[in-house]
Design a protein. Sequence first.
Length: 727
Amino acid sequence: MVLVQALVALVVVTACDGGGGKPSGPLPDAGQTLQKASQAMAGLKSVGLTLATEDKPPIMVQGGDLKLLRNGDAEGTLRIEQAGQGTEMRVVALGDTFYIKYVTGGWQRLPKALASRVYDPSAVLDPQRGIARLLTSVQSPKSEAVEKVDGKDAVRVRVRLPQAAIGGLVPGITSDLDGQVWVSTADHRLVKVRGVIPGEGGKGAVTIGFTEFDAPYKISAPKSPAGGARAGGGVVLLAALDAYVIASILIAVVRDLDVPVNRLERITPVLTGFLLGYVAAMPLLGQLSDRFGRRPLLQVCLVVFAAGSVVTAWADGVALLTAGRVVQGAAGGALLPVTMALAGDLWEERRRPLVLGAVGAAQELGIVLGPLYGLAVVWLVDDWRWIFWANVPLTAAAMVAVQLTVPGGRPERERQGVDVVGGLLLALGLGLLVGGLYNPEPEESVLPPWGVPVVAAGAVALVAFVVWEVRTRTRLLDLAGTRRRPLLATLGVSFLSGAALMATLVDVVLVAQTLLNKDSVDATLMLMWFLVALPVGAVLGGVWAWRSGERPPAAVGMAVAAVGYLLIAAWPRDPAGASYGPFPRMDVDLAVTGLGLGLVIAPVSSAVLRLVPAARHGVASAAVVVARMMGMLLGIAALSGWGFYRFHSLTADLRPPLPFLMEKEEFARALANYKAAVQDALRTEYQEIFWITAGLCVLGAFLALFLSGRDNASETSASSPGHLLTR
């Protein structure tokens, strides 16, 4: 009985207390509460606003978090519902200008009058349209309870919200709403508004919260993405310089490390090590940037790049030098795809090709300046190591620029997984292939004794990589939801352009040294017209892709390169003396070839970003560069194999004269004939190689026809509010 009496007493006490937070005394008068709230809110200089919806009511703005100033300036985020999908965007309102930024595409600048058709933050603190009008125009107010809102007591008042008043806070409401308002008992400020919105499938609701009254907000225009693009281009150039600088200092390195001149194959790992690290690490690091953000990955890679530079500068043997170059390559391999993905994040789709063209130009500028930079440093200080010591302060300066200009944090989207297994399988496969193809005793056989089993193991690893990518849920390159034919065509064009590029860099220099008797400096300078035309073509290709889509410049670029290689293959016996009127033939032919390959750079990068979801921009950009670098790797392997085979077949019956078997004059004539025959064999070998390269470019032009075109049909009408979301 005692327990029953206690329970009854407890129920009575709860009932007397009113339940639901209602005080035991009388509630504040609803009319006076709203009047005090109107007076308290009238003088606000700033306020924080949150907007949330329930059950997806039929309005465009479904959520938001904004900082508002009385003069109409604002910044924060809005969640927009369009075509059944929710999209979050950042907004900044400043004066008569409205800035909008989505997950990708950078900041778009719009007149505030146009943007206000989606949402007008200046209405909230406007006495004629916002909070003040709402509080003075509500109908049928009735106090219901006192309850906690954000830990503070507030009076809940049931009201009828007129459409003309609530529409100033939430655009798209077309009728009066039943709802409630909450007013703080301490300072009489409005802290929350809720309205029920009738919909087709039932009733939805919208809730507006007010916080941080009179907070000292400072709102400024968003930073231009150009700063981030410039910083990214700078780090790309830094890595590109180191990728190609070794070509011009190779003899100095060989002498310093006491490598015999007739055993130059021992220095090959120094060349392939950087390239292997560059290609193997690129996809995985690009994917990591999708997960953890562009700036953190750039900073980490710059630190590792500097560490690799120190190891390279300190190296006293080929093994340590190779290790340093591998570390440099692995870190440098991330800089290009992460920067390209950064361009995808910061710039809208239509302007993106221009930025990608500039980034591509920075990469190609490394091809131009790398060898010249190496020659200049060795000439000035007579020590190749200073090239790599100089990377330390250069990297520090790059890190400062990245910190100041590249947006921090993780990309504003769902967190992506990282395919570590796929990345390791790809790196293992490439490493085994490179190791199996390296032959320290090339005079005995094409492949080393371990070549066949190691190359086979590399092939098995790459097959395992493909199988893993098909079966795993988190892929290194996720093709789900993309059109595979244009994607594979894009990667194919990139692969073939890389093979053609390597053919030029290797064989034009060999032509200069073996047929024109130029030294290494003059041979490098002979490439200048080709190397200068590459970045020029990259910029022109970006502009063309911006205006006409990616397909035309990519196809025309590969076709122009094919014509250039056919012209090079047809060089006469004395190409240095040939000309097109006042223009030297070699310079013109090389410039045409470089311009053609340059035109392809921006379109393939832009096309692949168009095909994949925004969350995969990092790994997609890496895939383009990996395809190109793989083309360079396989290109140099194929060129070496074909060149050795053709030269030996063309000279199989050629016997060098022996001076002790003939008179001096006879020997001189025989030696001259022998040298001429060798040069004829070399000329035939180079001619066939350039014919093959021209064929690869023709194939690339054909594949470029399958690149994705710009889809204008999907654009939203410019007269609709949704047009703001697709500009």
